[in-house]
Design a protein around this ligand. Structure first.
Ligand SMILES: Nc1ncnc2c1ncn2[C@@H]1O[C@H](COP(=O)(O)O)[C@@H](OP(=O)(O)O)[C@H]1O
Ligand SMILES: [Mg+2]
Ligand SMILES: [Mg+2]
Ligand SMILES: [Mg+2]
Length: 354
């Protein structure tokens, strides 16, 4: 077995199983939300997916730590929400019994579910094996029927080694170009659902997300951008998450002619990695916001392994070794290696004028 192939298999199957749950939650209109301290929403889907993924990690790698976005403390007093989550968690399994066995089978009890959610409480850092988990990235996209992603990455001594992104609402077809519609009014109907993966040094792949174990995988690559004016650029839907104004100024200066594609979640990283789009910009809105490691770890590796470069707005690699946040970084600039330098130059020029 090659390095990290076991970790990759567990991560892929765990993300696949969690995606079955998020799709069920979406279709049963059980999206009831509560607001977190940072005013961001969290749903039955977020908690349920976190429980299922951590269960699979702990069954296979009991010593590993997990930095997960959600915490169970809110569920201690809210027994109604807790029971709603459990109703989904207890019935969600992979359709292939063998694959289900690989990730350790279902969770036995409500308490075990709460323990699994809580096991995402690692402080992160530069030592040891730590998984970064975002059970639903782009919760706002999930709620409004846009893009979202189930995101999992393994860091060893602060360096990302394995990354997996499950994107239930993106087309399976790697060649389908991004359009404005890709970001809005999407479903997980026929032809949708893709699982992106990468292992450091071994390239990036995509395969159908599916529900019954892992289908055939294909290598993915960023598109060589010969003429930057023809590039497709993507950004967050939420204006509070990145500066649409700065991003517009940057792409205008680069001569990009196509309108930006707005979509939620790390589906942006996956989409540029497979050449459906080219550039992803995330310019800070607030100087004091620290990006969370679970919002970037898997996508960063997948883009780099597909031939891209990912830095912050100052040209520094994203540093996942500093705890739960990217406290040493500001914003994100992701582009094919061949044009990243040019994009970064313009990012710096535009920011210097502010
Ligand atoms: N002020 C802010 N700046 C940047 N990112 C923010 C932010 N407030 C929240 N976020 C993060 O933006 C993520 C979504 O990114 P995007 O806009 O690309 O879809 C959220 O992930 P969750 O949806 O997992 O909470 C959240 O962690
Ligand atoms: Mg959130
Ligand atoms: Mg997120
Ligand atoms: Mg999330």
């Amino acid at each position: 077995m090659s390095t990290y192939s076991k970790e990759l298999e567990v991560a892929q199957l765990a993300v696949q199983r969690a995606s079955i749950l998020t799709k069920k939650v979406f279709h049963e209109k059980a999206k009831g939300t509560i607001s977190k301290d940072d005013a961001s929403p969290v749903t039955i889907g977020d908690f349920g997916a976190q429980a299922l993924i951590i269960q699979a990690i702990k069954k296979n790698f009991p010593e590993d730590q997990v930095v997960g976005e959600e915490e169970a403390s809110t569920l201690i007093n809210d027994t109604k929400l807790r029971d709603q989550i459990w109703a989904f968690v207890k019935d969600t399994t992979l359709k292939d019994a063998n694959a289900e066995k690989i990730i350790g089978g279902p969770i036995g009890t409500v308490d075990a579910m709460l323990d699994a959610i809580d096991a995402g409480n690692s402080a992160g850092g530069a030592k040891g094996r730590i998984w970064a988990l975002d059970p639903i990235d782009g919760t706002k996209g999930f709620l409004r029927g846009g893009q979202y992603a189930v995101c999992l990455a393994l860091m060893v001594d602060g360096d990302v080694k394995v990354g997996v992104l499950g994107c239930p609402n993106l087309p399976v077809d790697d060649a389908a170009p991004l359009t404005a519609e890709t970001g809005v009014d999407q479903t997980d109907a026929e032809g949708k659902g893709v699982l992106f993966s990468a292992i450091l040094g071994q390239g990036a792949t995509s395969r159908p997300l599916g529900t019954a174990g892992l289908g055939e995988s294909k290598a993915i690559h960023m598109k060589p951008v010969e003429d930057i004016t023809q590039a497709t650029f993507c950004e967050s839907v939420e204006a509070g998450h990145s500066s649409h104004g700065d991003q517009h100024a940057i792409v205008t200066k680069l001569g990009v002619t196509k309108p930006s594609v707005r979509m939620d979640s790390q589906a942006k990283y996956g989409s540029i990695a497979r050449g459906a789009g080219d550039i992803y910009l995330r310019l800070p809105v607030r100087a004091d916001y620290q990006e969370k490691i679970w919002d970037h770890a898997a996508g960063d590796l997948i883009v780099r392994e597909a031939g891209g470069e990912v830095t912050d707005t100052l040209g520094r690699r994203l540093d996942f070794s500093k705890g739960r946040t990217l406290q040493e970084n500001k914003g994100v600039v992701a582009a094919p290696r061949t044009v990243h330098g040019r994009v970064l130059e313009v990012v710096k020029e535009v920011l210097a004028k502010k």
